[in-house]
Each structure stands twice: as C-alpha cells, then as structure tokens.
Design a protein. Structure first.
Length: 400
C-alpha cells in the first residue's frame, strides 16, 4: 500500500520525472540498436576486430569527453548541453540508417559515443540539481530506475523490431525516440542553475580558518574518489554481466533462454529497488549500508564461479544485483551532494568517465584472463574491483 500511495503522490509533470522518462526512452533506443550491431555489421562484411572497435570506440569517446563536457556544462548550463546532445542523437540515428560499410558504421558509433557522453551525465546532473537537500538518494533512484528498466526492455524490443521490420526499423525507432525526447526537453524543461555552495557552519563561514576550509575540500575529494570507485565497480559488474558472465553460463551448459532470464532478473532487480533503496541512501546510516553492500557484491562474485546449478545461480545473481543496487544509489546520492558544491556537471562528467573506463577495460582484461586461464578468473577480476570499493567505503564511514 505504501508503494501505491507513493506512486499516486508522484507528479508526472515534475521536470525530474519528465527527464527520467526521456532517459528511459533514449537508453531503450540504445538498447534496441546495440545488440543488433554484431549481426548488422556481419551482414556488411565486418570481421571480429572491426566489430570490437564498434563497441570499444563508443566507450573510448565517452571516456575521453565526458569530464570536459561536464566541466563545460557548468558554464553553458546543463539544459543547453542536454538539448545539443538530443539533436546529435537524431544525427546518430540517421548515420546508423545510412551506414553501408565499416567506416559509416564506425562513424555512427563514435558520434553515438559523443551524444551519450553529453546526454547521460547532463540528465543525471539536471536531476541532481532539482533534488531537494536530504532527498538526493530518492531522486537518483528515479534516474537509475529509468536506466536499468531501459536496459531490461531495450534488447527485447530490438529483437522484436528487427524480426518484423529489419535493422532499418530498429534505427528508425531510435530516431523517433530521440525526436520525442528532444521535444519533451525543449518544451518541458526549464534552465536550472547551480545553487550557491551551502556553508557547513551556522552562518559564520567567513571567519572560519582557511586550513579548516582546505580540510573540508580534502574530505569532500576523498569521498568523491570513494564514490567514483563504487561507480567504476558497478559499471564493471554490469559490463561483465552481459559479456563474460554470459560466456561462463554458456560454458557450463545454461540455455540461451535461461541466460536471457538471468540478465532480465539482474536488470529488473536494480530497476525496481532503486527508489526504495534511495530512501535508505538518504538515511544517516548510508555509509555503513554502502560498506555492507560492497562486501556482499564482492562475496557474490567470488562465490559465483563455484555455482553450477541454475537455481543457485539465480539466487546469487539476485543477491548481487540487490547489493549493487544499494551501493549504486548510495554513491549516486553522495555524488549529487558533492555536485551541489563542486559543480554538478563536472562531478557527473567524472562519474561518466570512470564508468566508461569500467565498461571499456573489463571485457578487454576479461578476454585476456579467459585466454590465459579460464572464465572463472573474470569473476575474480570484478571481485577485486569491488574489494577496492569496499576498502574505500570503510575509509569514509565517519567522514562528513
């Protein structure tokens, strides 16, 4: 009943929720297109290396440009950069539509990386700027729910659309979703300004010694680094789940249908828990919860390679998904709080950069581990990332 009451209380015309709907549409559009790149590229005569560059190039562009774009948005305005990114999305869909060879498809993918580096961090920054103090976790929960729900339904829709309308239908879907998103943002969102930095004292900040101010900045940066490590680990875990986790499941004889079920359960477990977990993220004990969540994900990654029964794999992936969901929303809320003082676009740009690094490097290192050792070692790789995030979370438990 509480959930129903909360949903009724939501104002669907609130700018933050409108933007989350836009994120849902655009990430769904990306999810429609991305799984089709391999079969589409193969039909154009691309070899394995060329196919790999399509995915690596996308994340390489995000990795290189997300932080500079975030810094630029703090000067130009988050909404302005967001609108530019949506115009570029229309160009991206058009480039996919006309791509008839490797250079054309690679160009589309690189421009798609640019639009993604602009849109997702700016959407997160906009939602963060609108979040009331003390409710950052709740608002980030809305945003993250949109992303993971889109991740769950995008590939499914892509398969249906491709089966019925071909690759052209999938690319046209991305164009339509981008056009609708642009109209919503152009007419439904107003410019939002970075709020003045809140002073930690009771109005006597001007008399505070400079060394105290320096200490506060250092503490803030330590927390920023810790939360970025969590963001990197979450990205690595997510990428592993759709790449070498799938490889491992196929290796031990899990059917394609059940692999799809496991991936859907993972994405839905995060999408459906972000809002309730967001309320926990706004609680006073969020740092302790973050540490516990990181520990659980680390242990799950260590245990999963020894699990061979489907039922136990389902339990393990659900536990890992729920724990990573909690860690994700807590870190997102903390980054939002930091963004309100350091520049929201800049902070979210840094988050996008480390996430892109996780997306790009995890499959590369995992591929090496599979070739040299076995697929089980890819789980240990992701576990090591989460172990570092766990250590970082311990270091900031008592920091304000």
């Amino acid at each position: 009943m509480k959930m129903v009451g909360s949903l009724k209380a939501l104002n669907i015309t609130h700018p933050a929720l409108l933007l989350c709907f836009v994120v849902l549409m655009l990430v769904t559009g990306t999810g429609i297109v991305a799984p089709l790149l391999v079969p589409y590229g193969t039909s154009l005569g691309l070899n394995g290396f060329m196919l790999g560059t399509l995915f690596f190039g996308f994340y390489a562009v995000r990795l290189l440009l997300a932080t500079p774009i975030g810094i630029l948005s703090d000067r130009l305005g988050v909404r302005n950069v967001l609108l530019i990114s949506l115009v570029i999305y229309l160009v991206v869909a058009s480039l996919y539509f006309i791509a008839a060879n490797y250079p054309g498809l690679l160009s589309a993918r690189l421009v798609h990386g640019l639009s993604s580096a602009m849109m997702l961090p700016m959407a997160m920054a906009y939602v963060g700027l609108l979040s009331p103090s003390g409710q950052e976790g709740r608002y980030m929960g809305y945003y993250n729910s949109a992303v993971f729900l889109a991740n769950a339904i995008g590939p499914l829709l892509g398969g249906v659309i491709a089966d019925n309308y071909g690759f052209v239908g999938a690319f046209a879907s991305l164009f339509v979703l981008a056009a609708i998103s642009l109209l919503i943002c152009a007419f439904g969102l107003q410019p939002v300004k970075q709020q003045a930095t809140e002073k930690p004292s009771n109005g006597e900040a001007s008399t505070e010694p400079k060394n105290a101010e320096t200490s506060a900045v250092v503490h803030s940066n330590v927390i920023l680094i810790a939360m970025l490590l969590v963001g990197f680990s979450a990205a690595a875990f997510s990428m592993h789940s759709i790449s070498f986790f799938v490889f491992y499941l196929d290796e031990i004889g899990i059917s394609t249908a059940y692999i799809g079920l496991l991936l859907s359960l993972y994405n839905l477990s995060i999408a459906l828990t972000q809002v309730p977990f967001g309320k926990l993220a706004d609680s006073a004990k969020n740092r302790v919860l973050l540490s516990l969540a990181c520990i659980v994900v680390t242990l799950a990654c260590l245990i999963l390679p020894s699990v061979k029964q489907l039922e136990m794999i389902i339990v393990a992936i659900l536990v890992a998904g729920l724990a990573s969901s909690l860690a994700l929303v807590i870190s997102s809320a903390a980054l939002t709080q930091i963004g309100k003082s350091q520049g929201m676009g800049s902070v979210m740009g840094k988050l996008s950069t480390v996430q892109s690094f996780g997306f790009a490097m995890t499959p590369l290192i995992s591929g090496f581990l599979v070739d040299r050792f076995s697929s089980e070692y890819t789980f240990y790789l992701v576990a090591s990332f989460w172990a570092i995030a766990t250590l970082a979370s311990f270091l900031i438990i008592n920091k304000k």
